[in-house]
Design a protein around this ligand. Structure first.
Ligand SMILES: [Zn+2]
Length: 268
């Protein structure tokens, strides 16, 4: 046997495993030489050495023939493993850079140290959160941090800015977005109450969404500039109200659902 073939570990392994004859080796000389000349093993501690970054050649033996296949190198495998959690996002509408947001980027970081409510929440995850307080208190940042943490814990997450979500539903194909919500285990709504509240957004979007969360036992995280009392007032006074009794009933239902689904957290 040609010595250069038997000294290659992958080739030797295949020869031993399949009891490959010298004759077959000779017939496959070209492909084996090609494999030896091009195959590189990466060292994870050093930069990727592959010609096509992230992919290394792999030798396969089938039906008395050798083949070269491409597979992830150690660098690509590490990258895929580190980023796998991002696939748990069923939908998000924030910039990709926020996928890498860190707790210590958070300007109101002492809030986390002072208040163990979020850590408790992340340990138990049995009830959602209604996070409210004045604007510029970092409510969106908190929601983004929690959202990424939940995705890393393997929850299927739907994250959207509430005003943006309503625009998406208006643009057509609302069923696409409702289906995404149905597929998610966690629904995160950013800045609820800042939308142009109308009878439609209240009765056809917010209430059905909360009903869905109750029925399908979904975790919901809402952040808002408004207390529940003020939010209820805003829903009561929605645009295009035609029926005061209906406005009262649905506004109360929305607030009751939120109270049922969420722990209230005031950021100050
Ligand atoms: Zn590599």
């Amino acid at each position: 046997m040609d010595n250069k073939f038997s000294t290659d570990i992958s080739i030797k392994e295949l020869i031993d495993k399949h009891n490959i004859s010298k004759e077959i080796i000779n017939k496959n000389k070209l492909i084996l030489t090609k494999y030896i000349n091009n195959h590189i093993d990466c060292d994870i501690k050093k930069p990727c050495k592959q010609n096509k970054k992230g992919f290394k050649s792999l030798l396969i033996y089938e039906n008395k023939r050798f083949y070269i296949k491409f597979d992830s190198c150690v660098h690509q495998k590490k990258y895929l493993k580190q980023n796998q959690w991002k696939k748990n996002y069923i939908f998000y509408d924030f910039d990709d850079k926020y996928l890498n947001i860190k707790q210590n980027n958070f300007k109101n970081n002492d809030f986390f140290k002072r208040n163990d409510q979020f850590n408790k929440f992340l340990k138990k995850i049995d009830k959602g959160l209604y996070i409210w307080g004045d604007s510029n208190m970092g409510k969106t940042t908190i929601s983004l941090l929690l959202s990424n943490k939940l995705a890393k814990k393997n929850f299927k997450v739907f994250f959207c800015n509430w005003t943006n979500f309503i625009s998406l539903l208006k643009e057509g194909s609302p069923q696409i977005y409702w289906n995404k919500i149905k597929k998610s285990q966690v629904v995160i709504l950013d800045d609820v109450g800042s939308e142009d509240i109308s009878k439609w957004t209240r009765d056809e979007i917010m209430l059905p969404l909360l009903n869905l969360c109750v029925m399908q036992n979904k975790l919901i995280i809402i952040n808002s500039n408004y207390s529940l009392k003020k939010l209820k007032f805003n829903y009561l006074n929605a645009k295009n109200n035609t029926d005061n009794e209906n406005a009262k009933i649905n506004s109360s239902k929305i607030i009751n659902r939120i109270e049922k689904l969420c722990e209230l957290i005031k950021i100050q």
